[in-house]
Design a protein around this ligand. Structure first.
Ligand SMILES: [Zn+2]
Length: 168
C-alpha cells in the first residue's frame, strides 16, 4: 500500500496553499501534517491538489516544499500578530464588572477600527456577546456564542468574529 510519502511524491507538483490558520482557533481539533505526519501543528496550511479530492493540512516546511513559490513567512507573521491581538483582547485587566449586572465587560477596537462592547456572561459556564458601539447610532449585536465550559473558547470565537475570521 502506498504511504502518504509515496502519494506526495507522485503528486510532487501542483499543490497550492488555500488558507493558513492558527490551530488554537479550533481548540477541539488537532492538526497533523499530511506530508510528514508531524503532530500538533500550530500554524496550519490547508492545501489542495487539482488531482486529489478535498484538502490536506500541512506545516510550513512541507507547504513550502510542495507548493511551488509558496513562502510561509508572511502568513506566520500575520498569524502571530493576530495571536498577540487575541491575547490583548482576552487580557483580564481590560475586563471590568459592569455596575448593573456584575458581568465582565470591555470595549474593543477591531483592526478595521470598529468599536465593540463585549460582555462575558457567566453561570455554570460562559458565553460572550458583543455589540457594535457606534457613536450616534443604535448598537447592533454581532456575536452571541454558545454556552461553553471554556471561557477561552468563547473569547476566541468572539475575537475571530470581530476580526473577520481568519488570521492571515
Ligand atoms: Zn510536514
Amino acid at each position: 500500500m502506498a504511504t502518504r510519502a509515496d502519494i506526495a511524491e507522485a503528486f510532487r507538483s501542483g499543490w497550492t496553499v488555500e488558507t493558513e490558520f492558527d490551530a488554537l482557533q479550533y481548540r477541539s481539533d488537532q492538526f497533523a501534517c499530511w506530508f510528514c505526519d508531524k503532530q500538533n501543528l500550530r500554524w496550519v496550511r490547508q492545501m489542495r491538489h487539482p488531482r486529489l479530492d478535498g484538502f490536506v493540512y500541512a506545516g510550513r516546511c512541507c507547504a513550502e516544499k510542495y507548493a511551488a513559490g509558496y513562502h510561509g513567512e508572511e502568513a506566520d507573521r500575520m498569524m502571530r500578530n493576530a495571536d498577540n491581538r487575541f491575547k490583548r483582547f482576552a487580557d483580564p485587566r481590560y475586563w471590568k464588572p459592569a455596575a448593573s449586572s456584575g458581568n465582565l465587560t470591555r470595549m474593543y477596537k477591531a483592526a478595521d477600527g470598529t468599536r465593540y462592547r463585549c460582555t462575558i456572561l457567566q453561570k455554570f459556564s460562559y458565553k460572550v456577546i458583543a455589540w457594535t458601539a457606534p457613536k450616534n447610532a443604535t448598537p447592533r449585536q454581532v456575536v452571541d456564542t454558545e454556552w461553553t465550559s471554556s471561557l477561552e473558547k468563547a473569547l476566541r470565537e468572539t475575537f475571530a468574529e470581530l476580526e473577520g475570521k481568519v488570521t492571515a
